[in-house]
Design a protein around this ligand. Structure first.
Ligand SMILES: NC(=O)c1ccc[n+]([C@@H]2O[C@H](COP(=O)([O-])OP(=O)(O)OC[C@H]3O[C@@H](n4cnc5c(N)ncnc54)[C@H](OP(=O)(O)O)[C@@H]3O)[C@@H](O)[C@H]2O)c1
Length: 310
C-alpha cells in the first residue's frame, strides 16, 4: 500500500512511498482509508529529529471496512467508519472496534475525518469539568482544531463560552460557532470563569488560571505557544478568596483501554447532520501533504486540514 512515512530529508519530514499492508490482529478491522485530517501534534512529531525514519504516522482517518475483525467485534465489511489511532496516513489501517465509529451513509468522509483527535479531546475535557449549564467556560486557542470543537460543544452543553483567540479577525466566526465573548488575551477577561480548556500553555495558562472562580478547573490540553507555564506565587495565594481551584492535565490516549466508538459515532453524526462545523480550511489530495502541514505549523490554518487519499 501507499503511505506517508517519516523522511527527514523530505519537505515537512514526510514522503509518500510503498510499505507493507498492515496485518490486522483478531480484534482489528481492516479499513480502506479515504480521508485523513491533520493535527498539530502529529505534524510536529514528524518534524522531530527523533521520529524514526520510515514510520507510518497519522491519528485521524475515515474510510470503509474492507475486512471485519476476525473475532466478530467490529462492524461488517462495507461499513463506513471514522477511526482514531497512530498509523492513519496510509491506504489501509488496522483498527480495533473501540477505536472506530460508524458513520452515516451520506456523510462526507473528509468532514468526519476531523473529529477523532480534535472532537474527542474537546468532548472528553468538557465532560471532566462536570455540568456546564449556565457556567462560564473559557477556551484558549479557540480558532484551532480542538478549540473550534470545544467552543461548539461547550455552547451546546449550555455554557457561556469565553473564547480566546490571538487574532481579532476570528471573532465573528467564533461567535457564529457559539462563543458569547471573544478576547485576544485571557488577562482581559474580567468576570471569573468556572472552567478552562487550555490549548496554548505559557502565559495563557497562567492568566486563564487567574481568571478562574473558586472550585474552578483548568484542563491543559496543549502547549501551542511553545512556552513554559510559570505560576508566580501570588497567582496561588492572592486569589481574593477564590480557593480550591485546580489544574489538570489531559491526554486522549491516557487510558489505553478507553472505548471511543460511541463518541466517534456521535461526533460523526453531528458533523454529518450539520450540527457541528468541522471547520475545514484546507483540503486537497494527500500528494499535497507538505503544503497542508506547513500551513498548520506556521499557524495559518485556523481550523482543520483534510487530505483525500487516492
Ligand atoms: N493532550 C491531548 O490529548 C491533546 C489532544 C489534541 C491536541 N493536543 C495539543 O493541543 C494543542 C491544540 O491542538 P490543535 O490541534 O487544536 O492545534 P491547532 O489547530 O494548531 O490550534 C492551536 C491554536 O492555538 C493558538 N496558538 C497557536 N500558537 C499560539 C501562540 N504562540 N500563542 C497563543 N496562542 C497560540 C491558535 O489559536 P488562535 O489563533 O485562535 O489564538 C491556534 O489555532 C496542541 O498543542 C496539540 O498538540 C493535545
Amino acid at each position: 500500500m501507499r503511505a506517508l512515512v517519516v523522511d527527514h530529508s523530505a519537505p515537512a519530514h514526510l514522503t509518500l512511498t510503498d510499505v507493507p499492508d498492515p496485518i490486522p490482529a483478531p480484534g482489528e478491522a481492516l479499513v480502506r482509508v479515504e480521508a485523513v485530517s491533520l493535527n498539530y501534534g502529529e505534524v510536529s512529531d514528524a518534524a522531530d529529529p527523533k521520529a524514526p525514519e520510515g514510520t507510518v504516522i497519522g491519528w485521524d482517518a475515515a474510510g470503509t471496512v474492507v475486512r471485519a475483525a476476525a473475532d466478530g467485534t467490529s462492524p461488517a465489511a462495507g461499513t463506513r467508519v471514522v477511526t482514531v489511532g497512530v498509523t492513519g496516513w496510509a491506504q489501509l489501517r488496522a483498527v480495533p472496534a473501540a477505536r472506530l465509529g460508524v458513520v452515516p451513509d451520506d456523510a462526507d468522509l473528509g468532514a468526519v475525518s476531523t473529529v477523532p483527535v480534535a472532537g474527542l479531546t474537546a468532548l472528553h475535557v468538557l465532560r471532566r469539568m462536570g455540568q456546564l449549564m449556565g457556567r462560564r467556560v473559557m477556551v484558549t486557542g479557540a480558532s484551532g482544531g480542538v478549540g473550534r470543537y470545544a467552543v461548539q460543544l461547550a455552547a451546546r452543553a449550555g455554557a457561556e463560552v469565553v473564547a480566546i483567540s490571538r487574532n481579532p479577525s476570528r471573532a465573528d466566526e467564533l461567535r457564529t460557532l457559539g462563543a458569547h465573548q471573544v478576547h485576544t488575551d485571557p488577562a482581559a477577561v474580567e468576570q471569573p470563569v468556572f472552567g478552562v480548556l487550555d490549548n496554548v500553555g505559557g502565559r495563557h495558562l497562567v492568566d486563564a488560571f487567574n481568571a478562574m472562580e473558586a472550585h474552578g478547573t483548568l484542563v491543559n490540553v496543549g502547549r501551542s505557544s511553545g512556552a513554559d507555564s510559570v505560576l508566580p506565587p501570588e497567582a496561588l495565594l492572592a486569589a481574593g478568596g477564590r480557593h480550591d481551584r485546580s489544574i489538570r492535565t489531559f491526554h486522549l490516549y491516557g487510558e489505553p483501554a478507553a472505548d471511543f466508538s460511541a463518541d466517534l459515532r456521535w461526533l460523526a453524526a453531528e458533523v454529518a447532520a450539520g450540527r457541528l462545523d468541522p471547520g475545514i480550511t484546507w483540503r486537497g489530495p494527500w500528494t499535497r501533504y507538505a503544503e497542508a502541514a506547513q500551513t498548520l505549523l506556521d499557524g495559518r490554518l485556523h481550523g482543520k486540514a483534510v487530505l483525500d487519499i487516492a
